[in-house]
Design a protein around this ligand. Structure first.
Ligand SMILES: [Zn+2]
Length: 127
């Protein structure tokens, strides 16, 4: 199968509940968002992997629409060494902190279809 539509492949995989990314067979870099060519070495052999979904908030901001609840926009660095733009749910947007550990999940009812969202990971430390 050729990777003529990496983004389509990505959204199909998200719809099944995973956080997919690509790994370059040439230089072993994690590649995200999905591409046809590795941005680091130019190789075209990119393999799909599934992230464990654990990461750290790299940056966070609050969006406050006039007619809706405020929500966070975050950049999360996944442990597999790629970065994704997303949002943190189950937590007031103003409480999202840089450096916070988060876990990925899939929101099946995103504005444009299933999307990856994050929830705070802290609470698991108590168990
Ligand atoms: Zn590469």
């Amino acid at each position: 199968m050729t990777q003529s539509a990496p983004h389509r492949e990505y959204t199909d995989r998200v719809a099944t509940g995973s956080l997919p990314y690509q790994s370059c067979d040439g230089c072993l870099s994690a590649v995200f968002p999905p591409r046809v060519i590795c941005p680091f070495c130019g190789a075209t052999d990119l393999s799909w992997r599934e992230s464990a979904g654990l990461g750290t908030v790299y940056s966070a901001s609050v969006i406050a629409p006039r007619d809706a609840e405020p929500y966070s926009v975050v950049l999360v660095d996944l442990d597999e060494r790629f970065r994704i733009m997303s949002t943190v749910v189950d937590l007031p947007a103003r409480d999202v902190r840089i450096g916070m550990r988060v876990r990925a999940g899939v929101d099946p009812d995103g504005p444009t279809g299933p999307r990856v969202v994050f929830t705070p990971e802290e609470r698991e430390a108590a168990s």
